[in-house]
Design a protein around this ligand. Structure first.
Ligand SMILES: Cc1ncc(COP(=O)(O)O)c(C=O)c1O
Length: 411
């Protein structure tokens, strides 16, 4: 019998009963309640949420047009910034944490800076306080990119005595993604949040200008049905592993990692039925996140014991409670990483790369980078060349995980 296929990230599988179109309560209020915030705003994708945020801020500060992002992030972020008519700036990373380097960030921030985007990559919590300090000092805003971190939280004070708040709530604006493979998915979807009621209102006004599209909603609804049917170990063979192997056979790592994005970013509201599906699935999300957190804790301990392998942790030590869609490893050299992923990526055993390159190294996104192509990205490039992600899906069972451990130990 063929081995079951492990998805690259731990997404919550949908049940047939999630597709029922009735039920009380809407996704926005259920999400706000679960997160412990007054309100959230839904969008058709994380990228769309970012665009709504950028347009809103631009209207508030029209003289500012630069947006600072980590040099290693989702290319969609670069495309969104460019599509809003803004200039990207790339911030190099710290060598000791997957987060922006504070000194570089301080140098990049200036009177042209509109926003700084600290990013909770792969559920690992970034240092938003640092970004706030640098941005607010020059009158810029902070947008937390929590696309990959819905459910992650930060203690208000060390020791946990002051309670916690969700990531995305510390910055001026935050957003999550509900795309395929995320903890909670409506196939594509996004969530915006902001602490300041005036900013929330301004975001809502920008969001209302997004025109509805029957065509996009129909297409996304059908895709969501397909996702509900195929996002399970047997369905992932044809839906994920076969296309992955094809991309790898062509040597196309960018396509294999799903980093091959189009310039066109659809913008439309998130339809009511898909919101309802998300609302039903959300009821199971807290328990799913608890299970994946426990699994990650056990597995991180085993992985950290392999000499030369570093398990990537939250950038804010002690106060963060990140989520665990994957377990990120930094291998000792790019050669070791490439040998490992090159040999086993196509097995369907749960390996992937968060992103293949730092933004300037794709080439295909140069038009969106503009002058940011010249920004220094050496440390980020080193991260990009040595990272590998192990899926934290519960479908990666113990024998499968033990096999990966042996493969890593043999490097
Ligand atoms: C770090 C980061 N930012 C933004 C996005 C965009 O989110 P979406 O795919 O929902 O448009 C992603 C997508 O995964 C992401 O990983």
């Amino acid at each position: 019998m063929a081995e079951p296929v492990v998805p690259p990230t731990a997404g919550l599988a949908l049940r047939l009963s999630d597709l029922r179109p009735w039920g009380k309560g809407d996704l926005a209020s259920a999400l706000a309640q679960w997160l412990g915030v007054p309100a959230v705003q839904l969008t058709c994708s994380g990228t769309s949420a970012l665009m709504v945020a950028l347009r809103t801020l631009r209207a508030l500060a029209p003289q500012r047009d630069e947006v600072i992002v980590p040099a290693y992030t989702c290319p969609l972020v670069a495309l969104a910034v460019a599509q809003c008519g803004l200039q990207l700036r790339l911030c190099d990373l710290r060598a000791d944490a997957l987060d922006m380097d504070g000194d570089v960030l301080r140098m990049l921030c200036g009177r042209k800076t509109l926003a700084v985007i600290p990013t909770h990559l792969c559920g690992r919590v970034a240092d938003v306080a640092q970004a706030l300090e640098c941005a607010h000092e020059v009158g810029a805003y902070v947008i937390e990119d929590a696309a990959q971190a819905l459910g992650a939280r930060l203690e208000r004070a060390a020791g946990g005595s002051g309670g916690s708040e969700p990531v995305g709530w510390q910055g001026d604006i935050g957003f999550y993604s509900l795309a395929v493979g995320k903890g909670l998915s409506t196939f594509e979807g996004g969530v915006l949040l902001a602490r300041d009621p005036h900013l929330r209102q301004a975001l809502a006004q920008t969001g209302e200008q997004v025109p509805s599209s029957v065509w996009w909603e129909l297409r996304r609804s059908l895709e969501l049905i397909g996702y509900a049917a195929l996002y399970r170990p047997c369905g992932l063979g044809p839906a994920y592993k076969a296309p992955l192997q094809k991309s790898l056979a062509r040597g196309d790592w960018v396509e294999a990692a799903g980093d091959d994005f189009d310039d066109f970013i659809p913008q439309h509201p998130l339809g009511r039925w898909r919101q309802r599906v998300g609302g039903w699935a959300l009821q199971r999300l807290p328990e799913f996140l608890r299970l994946t957190e426990e699994q990650a804790a056990r597995r991180c301990a085993r992985l950290a014991a392999i000499p030369g392998i570093e398990v990537v942790r939250d950038a804010v030590a002690g106060r963060a409670r990140g989520t665990w869609p994957v377990i990120l490893l930094r291998l000792p050299t790019a050669a070791a990483r490439n040998a490992f992923i090159g040999r086993h990526w196509g097995d369907g055993s749960g390996l992937s790369l968060p992103f293949v390159h730092v933004l300037p190294d794709y080439g295909r996104y140069d038009h969106a980078l503009g002058t940011a192509r010249g920004d220094k990205v050496d440390v980020a490039r080193d991260w990009a060349e040595r990272l590998v992600a192990i899926s934290n899906s519960p479908w990666l069972d113990e024998p499968g995980f033990e096999k990966l451990l042996r493969q890593l130990a043999a490097l």
